[in-house]
Design a protein around this ligand. Structure first.
Ligand code: HEM
Ligand code: HEM
Length: 133
C-alpha cells in the first residue's frame, strides 16, 4: 500500500511541474501584452497566474517530488484537483471582472474558495505525511 502511494506520488510530481510551467508561459505572455498595451487593470490576474499558477504549483510539485508519500496520498490528490479546478475558474472570472463586468464577482469567490480549500488539504497533507523518502 505504501509502495502504491509513493509510486502514484512519483508519477504525479512531473505533472504538477508541467502544469506550473504552462502557467508561467501564459503569465509571462500575459505580462508582456499587458505592459505593451498599458492595460494595468489586469495586473492582479497576471500576478496570480504567475504566483498561484507557476510559483505555488511548482513548489507543490517539487515538494511532492521530494516526498512522493505526500504527493500520492489521497490528500495530495484532492489538493491537485481542487487547485487545478479552482484556479482557472478564479483567473478567468477575475479577468472578466477586471474587464468591467462586476456580475462575475460571485464566480471569482467560488473559484478562489475552491483553490483555498485545496491549500487547506495541502497544509494538512504536509503536516501528516512530510517525511524524507
Ligand atoms: C517577461 C515577463 C513578465 C512581464 C513582461 C511582466 C509584466 C508586468 C507588468 C507590466 C506588471 C504591471 C506593473 C504595474 O501595474 O505597474 C506586472 C505586475 C506584476 N507581476 Fe509581472 N511580468 C512578468 C513576469 C512575472 C513573473 C514571472 C512573476 C511572478 C513569478 C510576476 C509577478 C508580478 C506581480 C506579483 C505583479 C503585481 C505587482 C504589484 O502588485 O505591484 N511577473 N508584471
Ligand atoms: C486562493 C488564493 C488567493 C486568493 C483568493 C487571492 C486573492 C487576492 C486578491 C482579492 C487580491 C487583491 C486584488 C486587487 O487588488 O484587485 C490579491 C492580491 C495579491 N495577491 Fe493574492 N490571492 C491568493 C493567493 C495568493 C498567493 C499564493 C500569492 C503569492 C504567492 C498571492 C500574491 C498576491 C499579490 C502579489 C497581490 C497584489 C497583486 C496586485 O497588486 O496586482 N496571492 N490576491
Amino acid at each position: 500500500m505504501e509502495n502504491f502511494i509513493e509510486a502514484r506520488g512519483a508519477r504525479m510530481a512531473p505533472i504538477w511541474l508541467k502544469i506550473a510551467v504552462v502557467y508561467l508561459l501564459i503569465g509571462v505572455i500575459f505580462g508582456l501584452v499587458m505592459g505593451i498595451s498599458h492595460q494595468f487593470q489586469y495586473a492582479p490576474v497576471h500576478a496570480h497566474v504567475n504566483l498561484l499558477g507557476w510559483a505555488t504549483l511548482a513548489l507543490a510539485g517539487l515538494i511532492y517530488w521530494l516526498c512522493p508519500r505526500a504527493g500520492g496520498h489521497w490528500l495530495g490528490l484532492v489538493h491537485f484537483w481542487l487547485h487545478n479546478i479552482g484556479l482557472p475558474i478564479f483567473l478567468i472570472s477575475l479577468f472578466i471582472v477586471n474587464s468591467g463586468h462586476a456580475a462575475a464577482i460571485p464566480v471569482v469567490a467560488v473559484g478562489a474558495t475552491i483553490a483555498a480549500v485545496g491549500i487547506l488539504f495541502f497544509t494538512v497533507n504536509l503536516f501528516l505525511n512530510l517525511k524524507k523518502a
